[in-house]
Design a protein around this ligand. Structure first.
Ligand SMILES: *[C@@H]1O[C@H](CO)[C@@H](O)[C@H](O)[C@H]1NC(C)=O
Ligand SMILES: [Fe+2]
Length: 449
C-alpha cells in the first residue's frame, strides 16, 4: 500500500516535471493598541444574571463562518450560557425555511473558562447566493452571508498577523470595501498571547466581516499558547474557536487542511506542528496534492505562517522557515503550486517564481503578507542589497487581493492602508501553471500505475 502510494507519487511528480518541461512555457509610527472590545468578567456576570432572570436576552459573540466542502458552511459563535447549537436559515430576510443543529464545546485555560462555543454546518447551499441566518433558540439579530461562486471569477482577500489595533480596523475597513468572496488568513489572529478574553474581543472585532463571508484561517506562533507546566496543550483556544474543515480533506488535524472553491485548490499548512518528511502533515500534503485535478482546479494556492523566502531582517533563521522549506518545497514544486502566501514578518514582500533559492519558471510565487496591523508594529529593516529573487518589499500595513479571473489569469494586488482601497500599491498578473497534458491523457496515465 505504502509502496503503491510512493510509486504513484513518484510517477505523478515525473508527469508534472514533464509537463513543466513543456510549459513555455519610509518609516511609520508604531500603532497604538486598539482598546479591547470585550466585555470584562463583570459585564459577563451581569449578562448571566440577566439571562437567568429569563429576560430572553441571549448573549452571543464571535460569529464567523467557514466553508465546508463545496456547498456547505459552518456557522460558529459563542454564548455566555447554555443555549442550543441551532441555526435557522433561508434565502430571504427572516431566515426561514431551513434549520440545522450542530455541536457545542468549551475550554479552560488557567482560571479562564470560555463561553459555549457552537458549530453548526448548514447546507447544501447554492453558489453566489445571499443567505439569511439566525443563531440559537432565542431569535437574536439576523445575519447574512454570500456563498462563494462555483466558477471563475473569484476574489480572495488575503491578510496575515491581524491582531486588534487601530491599524487592524483600517485594514478590515479596506477589506470590507473590496468585493471579496473568501478571506484567507495565514496565521496570527488575535494576539491574545495567553490573555483569553482577548480572543473574545478579536472575535467581536472581526464579526461584521467574518459573519458575512467565509474566513479560512491557519495558525501562527501566536496561536500556540502553551505555558510550561501550567498549560502544555498547544492551540487550545484556536482549535476550539476556529474549527476548519480538516476532516473533509482527509486531514486528522485542525492545523492543516485543504479546500476547493471555484477552480482553486487551497492548501492551509501548519508551521507549528510536525512537518518533517515522515510526519502526518507531510504524508497528508503528499496525498492531498496527488489528488488535485488541474482540469477541475487549475490553480493551487498554499498558505503557511513562517515564510520560506524572506529578505526582511525579522524572523531570519527560524526552523519553521528553514526546515519546513527543506522538507516540503520539492513537494510544492512537483505539484506546480502557483502561489505561496505567508505571514509572520510584519511587512509586505513579493518574490518572483522561485525554487531552491533560484528563480524558476515552474516554482510558486512567494508572497509575505504579515502586515494586517497587530500590536507588535512593522518590521522595517531589510537585508541589503535586495536579493534578485525579491521583486517588491515594503514595510506598511495593508492587505492583499487575489482576483482569479479564469483558468490561466489572476490579478494579485497589495493595498497599503495609507492609500484608498482602490489604490493598489503592488499589482501583478499571474499565470497558472496547469498541467499541460490533456486531462484524459493524465487520467489514463494514472490508471496504468
Ligand atoms: C483570461 O483572462 C485574461 C485576462 O483578463 C484574458 O486576457 C484571457 O483572454 C482570458 N482567457 C480566457 C480563456 O478567457
Ligand atoms: Fe507570527
Amino acid at each position: 500500500m505504502v509502496l503503491q502510494r510512493t510509486v504513484f507519487f513518484v510517477t505523478y511528480a515525473m508527469a508534472l516535471a514533464f509537463a513543466c518541461f513543456l510549459c513555455a512555457v519610509d518609516s511609520y509610527d508604531r500603532p497604538p493598541p486598539r482598546k479591547n472590545l470585550f466585555v470584562s468578567p463583570w459585564t459577563m456576570i451581569k449578562i448571566l444574571l440577566l439571562q437567568n432572570r429569563g429576560s430572553g436576552f441571549m448573549f452571543y459573540v464571535c460569529v464567523h463562518i467557514s466553508m465546508v466542502g463545496q456547498d456547505k458552511m459552518r456557522i460558529s459563535w459563542i454564548t455566555g450560557s447554555h443555549s442550543p447549537a441551532t441555526v435557522d436559515y433561508g434565502t430571504s430576510p427572516g431566515a426561514k425555511g431551513f434549520s440545522a443543529t450542530g455541536t457545542t464545546n468549551s475550554y479552560r485555560y488557567l482560571t479562564y473558562k470560555s463561553g459555549e462555543i457552537h458549530d453548526v454546518v448548514i447546507g447544501p447551499l447554492n453558489p453566489n447566493t445571499v443567505y439569511y441566518y439566525r443563531i440559537g433558540s432565542n431569535p437574536g439579530p439576523e445575519f447574512s452571508f454570500k456563498t462563494p461562486p462555483s466558477s471563475f471569477p473569484i476574489n480572495f482577500a488575503v491578510v496575515g498577523d491581524l491582531g486588534q489595533t487601530e491599524w487592524t480596523s483600517t485594514t478590515l475597513q479596506h477589506i470590507s470595501q473590496s468585493n471579496y468572496d473568501v478571506l484567507i488568513l495565514p496565521g496570527d489572529l488575535s494576539y491574545a498571547d495567553l490573555n483569553q478574553p482577548l480572543w473574545d474581543s478579536f472575535g467581536r472585532l472581526v464579526e461584521p466581516l467574518a459573519s458575512q463571508r467565509p474566513w479560512m484561517v491557519t495558525q501562527g506562533n501566536h496561536e500556540v499558547e502553551t505555558i510550561p507546566l501550567l498549560h502544555s496543550k498547544p492551540f487550545t483556544s484556536y482549535n476550539s474557536r476556529w474549527r476548519m474543515p480538516y476532516e473533509e480533506s482527509g486531514s486528522g488535524s485542525n492545523l492543516y487542511y485543504s479546500f476547493e472553491v471555484a477552480g482553486v485548490h487551497v492548501v492551509m499548512l501548519g508551521s507549528y506542528t510536525d512537518f518533517a518528511a515522515n510526519s502526518a502533515q507531510f504524508k497528508w500534503l503528499q496525498a492531498d496534492l496527488g489528488k488535485v485535478d488541474r482540469g477541475k482546479t487549475p490553480w493551487i494556492v498554499v498558505v503557511i505562517h513562517a515564510p520560506w523566502y524572506n529578505s526582511n531582517t525579522a524572523h531570519q533563521g527560524e526552523s519553521e522557515s528553514i526546515d519546513m522549506k527543506k522538507a516540503m518545497e520539492a513537494l510544492l514544486y512537483g505539484a506546480r503550486v502557483d502561489v505561496v502566501f505567508a505571514g509572520h514578518v510584519h511587512a509586505y514582500e513579493r518574490f518572483t517564481r522561485v525554487y531552491n533559492d533560484k528563480p524558476d519558471k515552474c516554482g510558486p510565487v512567494h508572497i509575505t503578507i504579515g502586515d494586517g496591523g497587530n500590536r507588535e508594529g512593522l518590521a522595517t529593516k531589510y537585508i541589503d542589497p535586495k536579493p534578485e529573487i525579491s521583486v517588491f518589499r515594503e514595510a506598511s500595513f495593508g492587505h492583499g487581493q487575489l482576483q482569479v479571473v479564469n483558468a490561466t489569469h489572476a490579478l494579485w494586488s497589495w493595498n497599503r492602508n495609507q492609500d484608498d482601497e482602490a489604490v493598489a500599491s503592488d499589482s501583478i498578473w499571474l499565470n497558472s501553471l496547469p498541467l499541460i497534458l490533456p486531462v484524459n491523457f493524465r487520467r489514463n496515465l494514472f490508471q496504468l500505475i
